[in-house]
Design a protein around this ligand. Structure first.
Ligand SMILES: N[C@@H](CCC(=O)N[C@@H](CS)C(=O)NCC(=O)O)C(=O)O
Length: 189
């Protein structure tokens, strides 16, 4: 089994943490280089990481990969409230990736434009919702949604995309998670 990803991708990191004690190969790609793009496109026409190759079959999208792995390893399915947590985390992650790609395209996302405003608004709404959920103790167990939240928060800090300080429950969650297995080994660089 091979996981196509990169050392910086928060979507790949969640699966690297989930797969920590499983047998698999991590393929570190630079998806914007000619070679990395070729390997990626050959396996995943969506051209995003992560992708999981198991025998001749390639799965696209971290959410689907997680479902596939959870079934393969006979683990209990995520509950509907946990699925909702993933939707919140993914929505913030996608919006931050959009902002990063805009900045790499030399576009100023602080301008008053519909697409930019939607990303900023979504980020505010979702971070506030996640902060409330963290305050209610919904991330106290180190399970898959908690792994995904940690990867998002750590990546936001790594990319210097947002000051998270006012989200005190999210920051406490992040500090507490530092002791979890694999956090240091999978840190973005
Ligand atoms: N919904 C996808 C999102 C994956 C994603 O956005 N990956 C980023 C890297 S972290 C990517 O490949 N971006 C390239 C692009 O948008 O062209 C998932 O959960 O796997």
């Amino acid at each position: 089994m091979q996981l196509l990803g990169s050392t910086t991708s928060p979507f790949a990191r969640r699966l690297r943490l989930y797969l920590l004690e499983k047998e698999y190969e991590f393929v570190d790609l630079d998806i914007f280089s000619i070679e990395g793009r070729h390997t990626l496109t050959k396996n995943n026409p969506v051209q995003k990481i992560p992708a999981l190759i198991d025998d001749d079959f390639c799965l696209y999208d971290s959410r689907i990969i997680y479902r596939y792995l959870a079934e393969k390893y006979d683990e209990t399915k995520l509950t509907w409230p946990q699925e909702n947590l993933l939707t919140l985390i993914d929505a913030a992650n996608d919006a931050f990736i959009n902002l990063l790609l805009l900045s790499r395209s030399q576009l100023d996302s602080s301008e008053d434009r519909l697409f930019y405003n939607l990303q900023h608004e979504r980020i505010e709404q979702v971070l506030a919702a996640l902060e409330k959920k963290a305050a209610k103790g919904e991330f106290t167990q180190w399970n898959y949604p908690a792994i995904c939240l940690y990867c998002l928060l750590d990546w936001i800090v790594f990319r210097e995309l947002y000051i998270l300080d006012r989200y005190t429950n999210l920051m406490s969650f992040k500090s507490a998670a530092l002791n979890q297995k694999g956090i240091k080994e999978t840190a973005p660089f």
